[in-house]
Structure formats: C-alpha cells, structure tokens
Write a protein that binds this ligand. Structure first.
Ligand SMILES: C[S@@+](CC[C@H](N)C(=O)[O-])C[C@H]1O[C@@H](n2cnc3c(N)ncnc32)[C@H](O)[C@@H]1O
Length: 335
C-alpha cells in the first residue's frame, strides 16, 4: 500500500484545539499557574469555571504540547504555554475581547465564500467598524492589538524615491494610535505629521503608546475624522499602511481619491505623493485567504490590480517594489 504523504486531514480540520487555546487564554490559566495555582480545583476557582470540564480542556492541550501535567490534576507551564503570558497573545486570543470577534468571524466563512460578501453582521448585528463603534472596550482592544502592544514597535525604515530630504509633512491616513508616525518623526526631526483616524482611536494616541506619539507631540496633529471625508490638504506624503487591504474596490477607490485630492498641487505648492504599505503584492504572488477578507470583504491586491484602482482614483503608480526590509512599497502621484 502506498504511504500517505502530506498533512493529515483530521489535524487540518481539528476545531477543538484552537477553541481550547482561546478558552485557556480567556480564562487566564497560564497567569494563574504563573502565580503558583497549579491544582485543577484551585485553577477552576481562580478562573470561575467548572473543574471537571477545565481538567478535560487542559488535558487536551497537554496532549497537543501546550501546558504540562506533571501529576494527575496538577498543571505547569512549558515554553509554549509561557507564550500565553504575552499581552499581545492575550489580546488576540481573549474571547471576551477583540479575539472573540476574530474567532467567531471565521464562522461566517461559508456565507462569505458563497456570496463574496462579508457576513460579520450575521453574528454581531453590525458590520465590523460599526460594531467597534458600538463597543468602545472592543475598539480599544483592537487599537491596542494593531498598536505596539500587539504588533510591536513599527519600523520607519522604508525608502521613497529621491529620499526623505524633500519631505517635510506626512499625513498617516488610518494611522491607528500613531505608533508608525511617531517613529517616522523620531527618525526625522525636520518632519511634521498629521494622524488621521477615528476620533476614539486618535484619542488614544498618547495613552496607548506613551513612548510613541506623545514624545513627538509638538510635531503631531491628531485629526479624528473619517478618511472617506476630505483629508488635510497640501502634505508632501500621504501614508496608507494596512488600510486599503481592509476594503472592497469601491471603498478603497474612495480612500485613494481622498488622498489624490489632498495631494494635488495648488497655487504655490507642488504635488504630494501617496505611499501604500502592506496592501499590495507583486504580480503573480500566490493568493491567500486572510482574516480581513472575512471580517471586512477586504483584499490584498497585485500591483496590476492596484494600478487600475489608483488610476480610477486619479493617481498614477510611480514606483513599486520590495525593499530590503521586506516591505512592498508603492508610490503614487496625482494624475
Ligand atoms: C488595520 S488598521 C491599520 C492601522 C495602521 N495604519 C497600522 O498599520 O498599524 C486600519 C485602521 O483604519 C482605521 N479606520 C477604519 N475605518 C476608518 C475610517 N472610516 N476613517 C478613519 N480611519 C478608519 C482603523 O481605526 C484602523 O486604525
């Protein structure tokens, strides 16, 4: 008989393990063990849950290599379980926070694949961004997850044609809590920046990242507005990082149009440029299903697809390529 090669179908389709990991993270089991509560009754009491079911759940995870059970009903952290103490992992896995939104959104995958339309609202009653508006705690979780707590300090090291010397003003469109903008300003003392995002998000720009936007505060203006509304005009550079990949073509075109309008030359002012990070791939790159598609109907675009979108929005792609940092950077100029 021919030997089976490749991944095992049962392992690929196992839903038990990911849910057990999420539940263990939500119940802070690793944290309780880290402070010395190791027996199953103590863990269940600390977590406020059923001891018998928790025992089975942890037993399953021990079998998968997460946690150890050195004696029956007594649990310990191994290296993998130590990862659950990491605040970034907690944010992404906590079913009571943004982790729950992400986890349950996968339950809409069949509807999304059938229709091509995200079905997030079928579970949460509202589309994703409106759901965050309605739930400030979850929104703050999301902001923290995409900020330095979740994704680490962003690198400002991406190159632009002709270098940064001619850039004095940057608008970070959908810039979250401002971590990248703060790094750009810290690296380039001659540059001033404007952070555009939802009012509730820019309100956290100093708070979530005390060493971030706040420390360059005298050179940052935070503007709480929608990026579907006219943007602050006349900057040298409009940055869109991991924004366009969250939107279908119609909305992505509208965001690019707002950037094109703001970057257009005026009386005594040359045109600005629009720089896109984290949303475009080289032509021929393999297609992958990613969470923002399921949540938002967004998509990663190839350079050719993006070029067409940009043209409709009044922009011409002037440069596109992979840089030594690994980032794929696209530059556009108003037509
Ligand atoms: C995936 S995050 C990227 C954040 C940041 N650019 C980064 O790379 O970390 C997308 C951002 O778009 C913002 N956003 C979504 N819809 C928006 C809107 N209509 N107006 C302004 N910002 C919006 C979100 O609040 C979020 O900060």
């Amino acid at each position: 008989m021919e030997e089976h090669r490749g991944p095992n179908l049962n392992d690929l389709s196992d839903l038990c393990t990911p849910w057990c990991v999420h539940v263990a993270a939500t119940l802070r089991i690793a944290d309780h063990i880290a402070v010395g509560i190791t027996d199953i009754d103590g863990l269940a009491a600390a977590a406020g849950c059923d001891a018998g079911v928790l025992h089975s759940l942890l037993g399953h995870l021990v079998g998968k290599g997460l946690f150890e059970e050195p004696a029956p009903g007594r649990f310990a952290l191994n290296e993998t379980a130590q990862g659950l103490l990491n605040p970034a992992q907690r944010l992404g896995l906590d079913l009571d926070g943004i982790g729950g939104r992400f986890a349950h959104a996968w339950g809409t995958l069949l509807a999304y694949v059938r229709t091509g339309q995200p079905a997030y609202r079928e579970i949460f009653g509202l589309p994703f961004w409106e759901d965050l508006d309605a739930h400030p705690d979850i929104a703050a979780n999301f902001d923290a997850l995409i900020g330095p707590v979740g994704h680490g300090a962003p690198t400002p090291e991406f190159q632009i044609t002709g270098g940064w010397e001619s850039v004095r003003t940057v608008v970070d469109v959908g810039g979250g809590t401002g971590a990248l903008l703060a790094e750009i300003l810290r690296a380039r003392p001659e540059v001033r920046g404007t952070l555009v995002d939802f009012p509730r998000t820019v309100a956290h720009s100093g708070e979530i990242s005390p060493s971030g936007a706040a420390s360059v505060a005298d050179r940052v203006t935070a503007v709480g507005q929608s990026f579907f509304d006219p943007l602050p005009a006349g900057a040298d550079l409009y940055l869109l990082k991991k924004v366009l990949n969250n939107w279908p073509d119609r909305e992505a075109t509208a965001i690019l149009s707002r950037c094109a309008e703001a970057a257009r030359p005026a009386a005594a002012r040359p045109a600005g440029r629009v720089v896109v990070l984290g949303s475009v791939s080289p032509d021929g790159a393999p297609r992958r299903l990613v969470l923002e598609m399921v949540l938002l109907g967004g998509k990663q675009r190839t350079v050719s697809e993006f070029r067409e979108l940009a043209r409709v929005a009044g922009l011409e792609v002037s440069a596109a390529g992979q840089q030594s940092s690994g980032a794929f950077v696209v530059e556009c100029r108003p037509l």
